[in-house]
Design a protein. Structure first.
Length: 278
């Protein structure tokens, strides 16, 4: 299970960490409100040194309630960072975007995986992703980021999320994206209540058993805040627990802010998993 990400390789034989690099104005500010590319680049190198297998770059805030970002703004945020990072990084870069134009420009600049929280549903996105010739991660989201947390509803959240993702994987294959280049993500927190998030984690095997590598993003998410009443900067212990629980259930890639700590937690899962095999 080794994915070719635009010439860099992502080996998912063992579970790996995807490090989060936000390039939005509210992240990596240098004193005032100005985004500092130098700080963003340094953070990416630090995450690589801490054991990240891939760096996920996002210039569009997909947080619940967020406003949409214009194409121009998103390109100006992510492309210069990818161009400068790509030659100095040994691991692949993932582009977190819903826009086909950003996908193409990012891959041309050196990105090696498309991470789309909208599962390539924007007009032209599947075709763009197919043209890019890199692996794709399809994430489930109910509704859109502005409204998704108002009143998410499912008959059976595990079945609905799985069926949606398999349907989107089918669409991808129909435009020529090989099944071996598709990752699936249940999209924790994207149009889900705490109970629905927990049901998805408890039932993660339903998704894992379909054969596609599964990515999970649980790091610092609001479900932790709701269950424990802790602010975002106090969510590391629970984030690590959730990462371990997901990997126990077969997740292959864990999207995380705290790369060194998450890597250590996963090393324990790997050590235990490999004990049975010897
Ligand atoms: C506020 C709330 C800020 C939530 C940012 C977020 C995922 C993702 C994000 C995920 C994949 C975050 C999210 N989450 N991509 N992008 N899976 N594939 O926690 O769960 O970073 S944005």
């Amino acid at each position: 299970m080794r994915l070719d990400c635009n010439g860099r390789f992502l080996d998912l034989t063992r579970p790996q960490v995807m490090g989060v690099l936000n390039v939005t104005p509210d992240s990596f500010s240098d004193g005032g409100d100005f985004f500092s590319p130098e700080k963003a680049l340094q953070h990416a190198f630090d995450m690589e040194a801490a054991g990240a297998a891939i760096i996920d770059i996002g210039g569009e805030s997909t947080r619940p309630g967020a406003q949409e970002v214009s194409l121009q703004d998103e390109l100006e945020r992510v492309i210069p960072v990818i161009e400068r990072l790509q030659p100095r990084l040994g691991v692949p870069i993932s582009i977190d975007t819903q826009k086909p134009e950003v996908m193409c420009a990012a891959v041309a600049a050196g990105a090696g995986l498309i991470n789309d929280v909208n599962a390539l549903r924007a007009p032209g996105a599947v075709e763009a992703a197919a043209d890019c010739d890199v692996p794709v991660c399809l994430m489930h989201m109910q509704g859109d980021p502005r409204t998704m947390q108002s009143a998410p509803e499912y008959d059976n959240v595990v079945d609905e999320v799985r069926d949606f993702l398999l349907q989107r994987a089918g669409v991808c294959k129909n435009v020529g994206i090989p099944g071996e280049r598709i990752l699936l993500d249940p999209g924790f927190g994207f149009g889900k209540t705490v109970e629905q998030n927990l049901a998805l984690l408890a039932g993660l095997k339903e998704l894992v058993d379909r054969g596609y590598p599964v990515l999970v993003g649980l790091s610092r998410k609001s479900m932790i805040g709701k269950l424990l009443g802790v602010d975002v900067e106090e969510r590391l212990p629970a984030s690590l627990a959730l990462a371990v629980l997901a990997v126990e259930r077969g997740a292959r890639l864990v999207r995380a802010h705290d790369v060194a700590e998450t890597r250590q937690a996963l090393q324990m899962c790997i050590a235990l998993q490999e004990t049975g095999k010897r």
